[in-house]
Design a protein around this ligand. Structure first.
Ligand code: TYD
Ligand code: MG
Length: 455
């Protein structure tokens, strides 16, 4: 008889170990490793012997494709983040901090869809139906023919769905579901994995769109196994600062479209509103007369987005000056500071530096380097940037300013919002005449802007 293999699995991330240990080396969790019999086998797998399988039906790549039309939710920013609507039979995972607005967004989307005549179901494992109803009333959806359910048993949910498969179903949230054939408590790796697997196979079987809400742990990962992200077709993160009304919906994985598009929303008393022109909103309170503020002309997905970068540089008496960053990469800030020090002789080593991207947006583009540098020097010199100026460009370690993509789109958006000048990398003159282009080849050129007589 084959020996039963005993393996040890991490409850949080699903990592497999040969023997028990107190700390999971993969996710760093303490006391999360549990014994599982007959789980992962060690050693090489044995060859398949005995019964013959069924031949797989192979198709040629040039077979004409029957593509089902995508389902548009009617919420433009959500459809944009999804890469142009939802694909029938797909499984979509939406992650985000508690209270960020996942339930609100999905309730609005399902409400809109049902108003357009699609059959939709919203299943909440966290709230009672009366609570969801109350929220729907607040969102102006009281007349929507959306069906609500309050249930946590996977078996009961699947039975209900199997009887009359809807166009789309929301399961809020995967951590509250439980499958009665699995022993562990709801929210554990094995439960989450089994429940997600069953829901996803239901989606593929019946062509229903399954939207799964997943909570996010303190370090920003979707709680439960990371395998959840591999299982679904699309992973969306709903992020933003709870102190701000802006919310960003970002695709991090999409089998049916790009992952670089974002959807921008504004949380109001009556639910989430789409923000079709994010730049205007992010710059609403911008005051160009303040030292330490620079407007960055960035690109999010296919869309130019203008956002204000704020810096505060102050002399520090501490041995280790403070560096705090919100909305940008702190490693990248350290690099820009080092380049300004080494290549332009600014002497920022003894200064506290605070950097903030206004509006709660997170920038990941290297093109923001020059805008960050401009904000830093402006704060240090207590000189505001020239009026109505945008900045973009990547800074290399040598201090050279490198050109960035989509210059044309950046300039056009800036001109549209009334900016008259751009501090930007050298390169061929492009597009719009409405904006004066000041080319910079080296960070030294930027420093001269603020210190015409030298540092
Ligand atoms: P919710 O959708 O419940 O968040 P999640 O499902 O991600 O945990 O959003 C809850 C927050 O949103 C709550 O703090 C109140 C706020 N909110 C509004 O400001 N306006 C509204 O119309 C609604 C429904 C919620
Ligand atoms: Mg919720």
């Amino acid at each position: 008889m084959a020996k039963v293999q005993v393996s040890y699995n991490c409850r949080d991330c699903g990592a497999v170990y040969r023997r028990w240990q107190g700390k999971c080396e993969d996710c760093g969790g303490w006391n999360t490793i549990e014994e599982s019999k007959g789980g992962a086998t060690s050693g090489a797998p044995k060859g398949l012997t005995g019964k013959k399988g069924r031949a797989v039906n192979l198709v040629s790549l040039d077979t004409p494709l029957k593509e089902a039309p995508r389902l548009m939710t009617g919420i433009g920013e959500l459809d944009r983040a999804l890469g142009g609507g939802m694909v029938p039979g797909s499984a979509i995972l939406i992650g985000g901090d508690p209270g960020i607005g996942k339930s609100t967004l999905l309730l609005q989307a399902m409400g809109q869809l049902s108003l357009k005549g699609s059959d939709c179901i919203y299943i909440s494992g966290e709230e009672a139906t009366a609570q969801v109803q109350m929220r729907a009333n607040r969102l102006g959806l009281s007349g929507a023919p959306l069906k609500l359910g309050c249930e946590t048993s996977l078996r009961d949910i699947l039975t209900t769905l199997d009887e009359a498969p809807p166009k789309a179903v929301v399961v809020d949230s995967i951590q509250t579901l439980f499958a009665d054939n699995v022993e562990s408590a709801p929210g554990t790796v094995s439960q989450v994995r089994v429940c997600a697997h069953e829901l996803i196979s239901f989606a593929k079987r019946k062509g229903t769109i399954v939207l799964i809400v997943g909570h996010v742990t303190k370090d920003g990962q979707i709680a439960g196994p990371r395998v959840l992200e591999h299982m679904v077709d699309t992973v969306l993160y709903f992020e933003g600062d709870r102190g701000h009304q802006f919310r960003i919906l970002r695709a991090v994985k999409n089998r049916f479209g790009g992952t670089d598009e974002i959807g921008v929303f504004e949380m109001t008393g009556a639910g989430l509103n789409e923000v079709t022109n994010p730049s205007a909103l992010f710059l609403a309170d911008h005051n160009s007369r303040e030292p330490g503020s620079a407007v960055f002309a960035g690109i999010e997905g296919s869309r130019p987005v203008l956002v204000e970068v704020q810096a505060l540089v102050a002399r520090s008496s501490a041995a280790n000056p403070r560096r705090a960053v919100v909305g940008w990469d702190s490693g990248r800030l350290a690099m820009v500071l080092a380049v300004l020090d080494a290549r332009a002789g600014l002497g920022l080593a003894g200064c506290d530096v605070y950097l903030n991207v206004a509006g709660g947006l997170k920038i990941s583009e290297p093109a923001a380097d020059l805008a960050v540098a401009a904000a830093l020097i402006s704060s240090l010199s207590q000189t505001p940037l020239p009026d109505e100026t945008v900045v973009f460009g990547e800074i290399s370690l040598s201090g050279d300013i490198r050109s960035v993509s989509q210059t044309d789109a950046r300039l056009k958006e800036s001109a549209k919002l009334g900016f008259a000048k751009a501090l930007m990398p050298k390169g061929k003159k492009v597009g719009t005449k409405a904006i004066t282009q000041q080319n910079m080849g080296h960070v030294g050129d930027l420093v001269t802007q603020f210190y015409p007589d030298g540092v």
